[in-house]
Write a protein that binds this ligand. Structure first.
Ligand SMILES: Cc1cc2nc3c(=O)[nH]c(=O)nc-3n(C[C@H](O)[C@H](O)[C@H](O)COP(=O)(O)OP(=O)(O)OC[C@H]3O[C@@H](n4cnc5c(N)ncnc54)[C@H](O)[C@@H]3O)c2cc1C
Length: 466
């Protein structure tokens, strides 16, 4: 599809909608918006526009739709599949000026926010009121709620609390033609529409621009304990998981970190947390009322004893927990920093099959001789594989990674899995979509996109090509 280039005349029209100082055209100013956190992707926008309200978003989209200008919505730019990268140039619309928490409605256990609110800021404000928004991506101090909704993101707490899709009860969005829709609300129940919310959550900024989000919140748990244990064999992780489900406890989080990721992160943050020497590490979080947490901790220590695991580090106070989570949140940066390029994966399988998947995957990355750091959300069946380029030519390394990826995706699918659990398809996984979805499914997505965005101006080139 041919798009119109941004001309001085178009800039003048944009400046009639948004204050001139929020319309950036200088390449120095626009450069930070040409990439997100996906390694190796760089596409410069022609103009960056910082909107301050829904009317401006609607007027901009109307203009883009009329003039056929591509527009890419952007939150915190922490995406890992290139979702906020303006593949076709045009406008990057950033929500950084729309970052108000509009209402904390304690009676309804609801919070209403603008899309540019940083996830971690929301967490901190809610905690002051004794409330909790459990979705905590490891990027929570830089990613926005708008981006979380667009990606249907999750965090470590998903084992017990679920991800973004479990919390959105209302949205205000602008369609590519400039029309406004407001599905849902401050509601516990609602079966009035075609479930627009479920369609829009995870639509990766391709169907509508999200301008307001209504979220369900829960009471802040009274007590929280985290622990990390070193394991010699992956089969112990399998036994621990199985016994946790058998004993009917639901931890807040169950995370996995391999030896490569642990060692690289220890070097990177220069802190070893006094961790035991092991090949595999598992972290488990428990929260709730005091007696429930104590009971679950007893069950966990029983399980660890049965598995003959003695080296367990328990973080009971806030300082120790923050240290542990800082370590966990630094893993990706540490791995990225340890090579010259990294390709990261986000495969998801039923959680009962995750260890089987990991055992099969190891054979694949060993076969292709790839340095790999593995970590992620074991309790959700969603462990991230990070292939790190150290030496050899880029093209040759990329070919090996691509072959390994295809094999990993096929293994995941054969176990009932999918190619993305939380990072989305974006640009980087587009070419693998046909492995996970059949022709009818992709065609239905294409027709949905056309129904929302007939001129294909909103975030074009993402998920699939029209
Ligand atoms: C260190 C690190 C750790 C991470 N950990 C996790 C994790 O634990 N779990 C997880 O799920 N993800 C994780 N991520 C990925 C990333 O943080 C999430 O995908 C996050 O939700 C992206 O939010 P953002 O505000 O940065 O969005 P961006 O990257 O700016 O955009 C992401 C997508 O959302 C669209 N978008 C943004 N705002 C809007 C809007 N208002 N309306 C419509 N579309 C919009 C964009 O067009 C793009 O397609 C991690 C990333 C990093 C760098």
């Amino acid at each position: 599809m041919d798009y119109q280039k941004i001309t001085p005349k178009i800039i003048r029209k944009i400046e009639e909608i948004v204050d001139k100082k929020y319309v950036l055209t200088d390449t120095q100013d626009t450069h930070p918006y040409s990439h997100d956190e996906t390694p190796g992707l760089n596409f410069p926008p022609e103009v960056v526009v910082k909107v301050k309200d829904t009317h401006q978003v609607a007027d901009l989209l109307k203009l883009c739709n009329k003039e056929r200008i591509p527009l890419t919505p952007r939150g915190g730019g922490t995406g890992l599949t290139g979702g906020a990268v303006p593949l076709m140039g045009g406008i990057v619309l950033t929500f950084e000026k729309m970052s108000k928490i509009k209402d904390i409605d304690k009676e309804n256990y609801i919070v209403v926010v603008e899309p540019g609110v940083i996830n971690g800021n929301l967490q901190r404000e809610l905690a002051k009121e004794g409330l909790f928004y459990p979705v905590n991506p490891a990027s929570m101090d830089s990613c926005t709620i708008g981006g979380n909704v667009a990606e249907s993101s999750s965090g470590a707490n998903a084992v017990k609390y679920g991800g973004t899709k479990e919390y959105v009860t209302g949205l205000e969005v602008v369609l590519p033609c400039g029309d406004l829709i407001k599905p849902g609300g401050r509601l516990v129940k609602n079966v009035t529409d075609y479930k627009f919310i479920q369609l829009l959550v995870g639509s990766e900024g391709t169907l509508a621009a999200i301008t307001e989000i209504t979220l369900r919140v829960v009471p802040l748990p009274e007590v929280k304990v985290d622990l990390i244990a070193g394991l010699d064999r992956l089969s112990s992780a399998y036994n621990i998981l199985r016994k946790i489900w058998e004993r009917k406890i639901i931890p807040t989080s169950i995370e996995y970190i391999d030896e490569v990721a642990i060692k690289t992160t220890k070097d990177y943050i220069q802190d070893d947390l006094s961790l035991p020497q092991a090949y595999h590490y598992i972290t488990i979080g428990i929260d709730g009322k005091e007696e429930e947490v104590n009971r679950n901790m007893e069950i966990l220590s029983d399980i660890f004893m049965q598995e003959n695991i003695q080296d367990v580090l328990v973080a009971e106070d806030r300082k120790a927990q923050e240290k542990l989570w800082k370590f966990r949140q630094s893993i990706r940066d540490a791995l990225l920093n340890s090579g010259t390029l990294m390709v990261e994966e986000d495969i998801v399988v039923p959680r009962s099959r995750i260890i089987e998947f990991m055992e099969k995957s190891k054979k694949v990355y060993q076969k292709y001789n790839l340095k790999t750091g593995v970590y992620g959300h074991l309790g959700d069946g969603n462990v991230h594989y990070n292939f790190i380029k150290t030496s050899s030519s880029e093209r040759e390394w990329e070919q090996r990674v691509e072959k390994a990826l295809s094999e990993l995706f096929k293994i995941a699918i054969s176990l009932g899995g999918k190619i993305s659990g939380e990072h989305g398809i974006g640009v980087t996984k587009k070419k693998f979509l046909h492995l996970a979805l059949n022709k009818a499914e992709i065609e239905l997505m294409r027709r949905t996109k056309i129904a929302f965005d007939p001129n294909n101006i909103l975030n074009p080139g993402k998920i699939f090509d029209l």
